[in-house]
Design a binder for this molecule. Structure first.
Ligand code: SF4
Length: 209
């Protein structure tokens, strides 16, 4: 059972003593090393005992991998079903059994819980039209159509079939592509093939590992 300190402590043999938090810690420090009942009339050792259940007690532990970079640190994700049947993600931490990260995470990986539960996470694509000052939420259909149209227009406009020496090059110089470190090998292979098929020469990758 979880107990919490309320600022009201029992006096031996009867009424209670009201203390502010500051007074409580002051008396606790002064009473360190004292045996048994203190000058205040209560047993410091007994009064300061606080038991807490871990938030992850009884949670399901799932193994996962940090999505942020190619180091591939192992994660433990703790989930628990709430009273309404909804499964809640409670905690993500480094897996101590992993030979990659031995339980540690860099600051980015340590915040990966926020990927799942942050209220500030953007829930849909955002679009700011040319000249507009405000972003607005748009649908994925709108976004994919817009991307396809922009790629087609840029490629048509900047495609180079032959270079200045007359060599056939068939390249698109007006578009660059940056991959994300969260790509799997297969996604990276697919993205590279797709971009090369469009003639892109400027391919980059965020990870520096
Ligand atoms: S972002 Fe940090 S925690 Fe995540 S895989 Fe890379 S080094 Fe590990």
């Amino acid at each position: 059972m979880t107990k919490s300190y309320t600022g009201r402590l029992p006096r031996k043999g009867g009424s209670a003593v009201e203390l502010t938090r500051r007074q409580f810690f002051g008396y606790s420090a002064a009473g360190t090393g004292a045996v048994g009942v203190s000058a205040l009339g209560f047993d410091i050792a007994e009064a300061t005992e606080v038991k807490q259940d871990l938030r992850i007690d009884g949670a399901t532990v799932s193994h996962s991998v940090c999505p942020y970079c190619a180091v591939g640190c192992s994660l433990l994700a703790y989930t628990k079903k709430g009273h309404d049947g909804h499964v809640e993600l409670l905690q993500i931490e480094g897996d101590p059994d992993s030979p990659v990260n031995e339980g540690t995470l860099c600051p980015k990986g340590a915040t990966s819980l926020e990927l799942g539960i942050s209220r500030r996470r953007v829930p849909s694509p955002m679009y700011r039209a040319p000249g507009a000052t405000e972003w607005k939420q748009v649908s994925w259909d709108f976004t994919l159509d817009k991307l396809a149209r922009n790629i087609k227009e840029s490629r048509d406009r900047t495609f180079v079939a032959t270079d200045s020496d007359g060599n056939t090059v068939n390249r698109c110089e007006g578009i660059a592509f940056a991959g994300g470190a969260a790509f799997s090998s297969e996604e990276g292979y697919f993205a590279t093939k797709l971009m090369r098929s469009l003639g892109l020469v400027h391919l980059e990758q965020q990870a520096r590992v």
